[in-house]
Design a protein around this ligand. Structure first.
Ligand code: SF4
Length: 212
């Protein structure tokens, strides 16, 4: 069944704002709990005091020296804070206090990038395939094409990046595509300088987010 994803340009602006540290993304999840049941490891950073107050310490796996800890999915692929008897009638037990990673997760990013969420993530992939963006104008259509082209380039031209380094996780590739899509508004994807332009665009995005 198709699901309305909203206007593409509006979504893209909101997603970039969220990735830069702004508000989380409002997603019409409905009865989908794919992101809570698909074997993700959820990062919980030390400053997330509200989430940490609501997560029992024994459910957090040790993490980094800076105090970052993790919610690690169980053998069924469920987050430790997910509760319920079946995937369709259950949900997050700390929804109002969930970590930032969960607040900024928006599976429409895969639809925007023209890719799936990854192998074995069946429920998410079904939702990804069902989203339908509207286009506010021709520019919105070009932006969607540019995000998809960036994701395709990142997956298909790994050797053009320094040391062949491109993230392997689908979510990381989709994020890079959203950060660097402007490169593909003006450049051909076959341009030899494209890899450098993507790196520069991502650095510029991250620097602007730090200044904000
Ligand atoms: S903390 Fe809640 S929203 Fe986040 S993955 Fe776990 S169950 Fe889902």
């Amino acid at each position: 069944m198709p699901h309305a994803a909203g206007g593409f340009s509006a979504w893209l602006r909101a997603m970039r704002g969220s990735l830069a540290g702004g508000e989380g993304m409002p997603v019409a999840c409905g009865d989908c709990v794919g992101c809570c049941t698909s074997s993700y490891v959820i990062k919980v950073r030390p400053h997330e005091t509200n989430a940490l107050r609501h997560i029992p310490a024994e459910r957090l796996a040790p993490g980094e020296a800076d105090g970052t800890r993790y919610l690690v999915a169980n053998a069924k692929g469920h987050c430790p804070m997910f509760s319920g008897s079946t995937e369709r009638d259950a949900g997050c037990s700390i929804y109002a206090h969930r970590p930032e990673t969960c607040r900024t997760y928006d599976c429409r990013i895969f639809t925007a990038a023209g890719m799936e969420a990854g192998e074995g993530k069946t429920m998410i992939n079904e939702r990804v395939a069902s989203w339908r963006f509207d286009y506010e104008d021709e520019q919105a259509r070009r932006e969607h094409q540019a995000v998809s082209a960036a994701a395709q380039f990142l997956r298909q031209h790994v050797v053009r990046f320094p040391n062949g380094h491109v993230p392997s996780r689908a979510s990381d590739i989709a994020v890079l595509a959203v950060k660097s899509y402007t490169v593909f508004m003006d450049h051909s994807p076959d341009d030899a300088a494209t890899a450098g332009a993507i790196i520069a665009a991502c650095r510029e995005f991250d620097a602007a987010a730090r200044r904000a």
